[in-house]
Design a protein around this ligand. Structure first.
Ligand SMILES: *[C@@H]1O[C@H](CO)[C@@H](O)[C@H](O)[C@H]1NC(C)=O
Ligand SMILES: *[C@@H]1O[C@H](CO)[C@@H](O)[C@H](O)[C@H]1NC(C)=O
Ligand SMILES: *[C@@H]1O[C@H](CO)[C@@H](O)[C@H](O)[C@H]1NC(C)=O
Ligand SMILES: *[C@@H]1O[C@H](CO)[C@@H](O)[C@H](O)[C@H]1NC(C)=O
Ligand SMILES: *[C@@H]1O[C@H](CO)[C@@H](O)[C@H](O)[C@H]1NC(C)=O
Ligand SMILES: *[C@@H]1O[C@H](CO)[C@@H](O)[C@H](O)[C@H]1NC(C)=O
Ligand SMILES: *[C@@H]1O[C@H](CO)[C@@H](O)[C@H](O)[C@H]1NC(C)=O
Ligand SMILES: *[C@@H]1O[C@H](CO)[C@@H](O)[C@H](O)[C@H]1NC(C)=O
Ligand SMILES: *[C@@H]1O[C@H](CO)[C@@H](O)[C@H](O)[C@H]1NC(C)=O
Length: 428
């Protein structure tokens, strides 16, 4: 595990048909097992200064003939690193980082060698010029690969990089590449239509008709008019599939309440379902859902099982991407929320506030979730959160009090009657 050495692998595909085949880069560990795998097609457009004072533009593609020398598989202390070298001193590299349940491409660097006169004719500069980008590759669950067939264009100064036909996986276990993909939002059918389809899922509506709870939640907003009118977030059902089977369902209105620095005021942000896509992965003991709002807000929720009896929400990771650079709003992998018995779902219709960090809270409305043992794409029986249970205590208490009262009256009546009887005896 420790001494993962990036081995150079030269891959020649398609016998010289450059533009129709993706470049494949594979990094092997010391046991010759694949630890990082990438398949992609890239166009580079670079403007450069020439000796005859007019700037020139070079256009070239990432060739299929590349090496991965200098790449690192990664281990507990060193992060995985993929370096694709090609042509006369050019390279493209990406550094990966991870949390316990997901990973993402952190920084990518394109280095082009303007001394390569076959591409940069008459360049006035010499040597390798680096372009650094904070990757907007979303978090991908561990044991998943990232896939984006659509064009993804990165423009920085003199350089434009166009990526398409991309598949990347790092942290590959035992050389087995995953068949589960986390797909970029550009590849998923666009916005409104599919999301609307999901909201019309019948069972969800059936379930929320639990009478007493609905009554209680509708009373609250009218009773307390808020001074700052942040509208309630829209409710939505998001699903994660394993193969063609739904394996995780979550329904909620979701709101973020966060502060980026100690001085900054708290910001409230509703997650808009119509521009949010869901992806994720399900396992025996860990299930993860990633919500992606417009490629600018990524929320990762990780659920785990406890003693094969219950499940709960263990991890929350919220990242935003502002002008191409990622910013973490909060991460906590030691939470213990939303616990319910395996085989059932957790439900909390009450408006809830969950602390993730000192700087990040998530507010949920009409929450229902089932991260394990989903059958036929539908929720199983719900276990209400304790605050919902408390609402049933009042009618139960009233009922018990009434029953006790009836018994007291009855006993009093019987005692009264028997006293009358005995009194009658004495009279006769
Ligand atoms: C994507 O890559 C595969 C494998 O190299 C290739 O067969 C396919 O034509 C490519 N697709 C596009 C849209 O370039
Ligand atoms: C990539 O560049 C080639 C020629 O340089 C061009 O034909 C092709 O359309 C470009 N593809 C994309 C996706 O930009
Ligand atoms: C990426 O990883 C390599 C190898 O570990 C390291 O040398 C480099 O400094 C890293 N770059 C960034 C930007 O983190
Ligand atoms: C390079 O410069 C030479 C002379 O300065 C000129 O003749 C030639 O056309 C230039 N080549 C390109 C590709 O600009
Ligand atoms: C899922 O796929 C399997 C085979 O790939 C098939 O047997 C099964 O019927 C499918 N299930 C649904 C719900 O489509
Ligand atoms: C956001 O959090 C701050 C600090 O805990 C709190 O004062 C504020 O009321 C919260 N706002 C919402 C809408 O939850
Ligand atoms: C998404 O929904 C919000 C609130 O419901 C609405 O303001 C916005 O226009 C919608 N956006 C799209 C792209 O439909
Ligand atoms: C993003 O970039 C644009 C233009 O470069 C700039 O006007 C804007 O302020 C930036 N936004 C943030 C949040 O930095
Ligand atoms: C990841 O999990 C391990 C063991 O389960 C735990 O010790 C560690 O703190 C976790 N890391 C994070 C960042 O939560």
């Amino acid at each position: 595990m420790y001494s993962c050495i990036g081995l150079a692998v030269v891959l020649l595909l398609g016998c010289g048909v450059l533009q129709s085949d993706a470049t494949v880069a594979e990094v092997l560990d010391e046991n010759n097992k694949t630890c990082i795998y990438a398949e992609m097609m890239v166009n580079f457009t670079v403007q450069y200064e020439t000796s005859n004072s007019t700037p020139s533009t070079a256009e070239f593609v990432l060739p299929t003939n590349v090496t991965t020398a200098g790449s690192i598989c990664g281990n507990e202390t060193v992060a995985p690193f993929l370096k694709i070298s090609f042509g006369n001193g050019h390279y493209w590299s990406i550094n990966f980082t991870h949390s316990n349940t997901s990973y993402h491409g952190d920084v990518f660097i394109f280095g082009y060698n303007v001394s390569d006169s076959t591409i940069f004719h008459n360049a006035s500069q010499k040597g390798v010029i680096k372009v650094v980008a904070n990757d907007t590759m979303p978090p991908v669950p561990m044991d998943h690969y990232y896939r984006c067939m659509s064009d993804d264009v990165f423009k920085q100064g003199n350089v434009t990089q166009t990526f398409w036909n991309v598949s990347i996986q790092a942290y590959i276990k035992d050389g087995n590449r995953s068949k589960d993909a986390t797909v970029c939002s550009a590849d998923t059918p666009t916005t409104v239509a599919p999301v609307t389809n999901i909201t019309t899922v019948a069972p969800v509506t059936n379930i929320t008709t639990v009478a007493p709870v609905t009554n209680i939640t509708t009373v609250a907003p009218t009773a307390t008019p808020k001074p700052t009118p942040t509208p309630k977030p829209d409710k939505e059902t998001y699903k994660v599939s394993r193969g063609n089977e739904t394996c995780l369902i979550i329904t909620m209105g979701l709101q973020l309440n966060y502060s980026t620095t100690a001085q900054a005021p708290w910001k409230v942000k509703n997650i808009e379902p119509n521009v949010t896509t869901a992806s994720g992965a399900c396992g025996g003991n860990t299930s993860t859902i990633i919500l992606n709002e417009r490629d600018t807000v990524y929320l990762v929720f990780s659920f785990v099982t406890r003693s094969s009896k219950t499940f709960y929400l263990k991890g929350v990771n919220v990242t935003t991407v502002v002008n191409g650079s990622a910013q973490q709003l909060g991460i906590n992998n030691n939470l213990s929320y939303w616990e319910a018995t395996l085989g059932s779902s957790y439900m909390c219709n009450k408006d809830q506030v969950f602390k993730v960090t000192d700087k990040l809270y998530i507010n949920t409305y009409d929450l229902r979730v089932q991260p394990f043992n989903v059958t036929n794409g539908k929720y199983s029986t719900a276990e209400d959160c304790s605050s919902d249970k408390e609402n049933y205590i009042v009618p139960i208490a009233v009922g018990v009090a009434l029953a006790v009262l009836v018994i007291i009256v009855l006993v009093a009546y019987l005692i009264g009657r028997s006293q009358k009887h005995s009194a009658g005896y004495e009279q006769f």
